[in-house]
Design a binder for this molecule. Structure first.
Ligand SMILES: Nc1ncnc2c1ncn2[C@@H]1O[C@H](COP(=O)(O)OP(=O)(O)O)[C@@H](O)[C@H]1O
Ligand SMILES: [Mg+2]
Length: 236
């Protein structure tokens, strides 16, 4: 079966004021459709950099990045934007909701950008807001919602295009335990009920424990924390 996502020897560094830092020094990673993966690593290890590459928001300097078997390296910016809109959902620590728009308008926005009819997009958005427990907050603007509610709106927005893969960057980093728990529950049911693949960069060990798989960034390389040692001696 084709992997949902496969990275091979992906490298990305930055040059700043004549100083060069190699952040990702050769990342190899593959995940199947519907897998749920926690990405951990110290602050500054390169988690956000890696998620940006996985989400085609930034391009590797070298290596290969396949989505459902298709090479993304070398695609035009327009093709990458279409790919992101059609297949990916993003959830960041700071929700980046548009302050002038209501909850339902914020959630519907990616669908409207994709050319989906306003009524259809609005209906889909309302359903998702209901699913995240905000069915009674459709017309509220971000400033009229709590931090936890705003993050649930952002989660709904990340799902409105029915993505195959959701990339979340410390999605509960600025929430208290109770609100974080509500988001963690939604992630679990998202994965179980809808089969959406997820990669979640997180400092939260309780969130990481709920994931099927944990990978850890250390000195520019990705370590599979759940890898079983190869056993060739066992009869299969
Ligand atoms: N656009 C950039 N220009 C220069 N350096 C960057 C840029 N983006 C990230 N970095 C550097 O890359 C390293 C990894 O950053 P980041 O991916 O944000 O780590 P994490 O998300 O794990 O905390 C940091 O040292 C950071 O300063
Ligand atoms: Mg980060």
């Amino acid at each position: 079966m084709t992997d949902l996502l496969r990275l091979t020897n992906v490298k990305r560094g930055f040059s700043l004021e004549g100083q060069r830092i190699e952040v990702l020094r050769g990342i190899d990673f593959a995940m199947a459709a519907g897998e749920m993966v926690a990405l951990t690593g110290a602050s500054g290890a390169g988690k956000s950099t890696l998620l940006h590459l996985m989400g085609s928001l930034d391009q590797p300097e070298s290596g290969s990045l396949l989505f459902e078997g298709q090479e993304l390296m070398g695609l035009s910016n327009a093709d990458l934007a279409a790919h992101r809109n059609r297949h990916l959902g993003f959830i960041f620590q700071f929700h980046h909701l548009i302050t002038e728009l209501t909850a339902v308008e914020n959630v519907a926005l990616p669908a409207r950008v994709a050319g989906i009819d306003a009524a259809v997009a609005g209906e889909r958005a309302a359903e998702l807001l209901d699913w995240v427990g905000l069915g009674a907050r459709l017309r509220h603007r971000p400033s009229e919602l709590s931090g936890g509610e705003q993050q649930r709106v952002a989660l709904a927005r990340g799902l409105v295009m029915e993505p195959r893969l959701v990339l979340a960057d410390e999605p509960t980093g600025n929430l208290d335990e109770e609100n974080a728990g509500a988001i963690h529950d939604l992630f679990a049911s998202l994965n179980q009920d809808r089969g959406v693949g997820m990669i979640v960069a997180t400092h939260s060990s309780s969130l990481a424990r709920r994931m099927q798989r944990r990978v850890h960034l250390d000195r520019g390389l990705l370590v599979d924390l759940d890898a079983k040692p190869e056993t060739e001696d066992q009869s299969s």
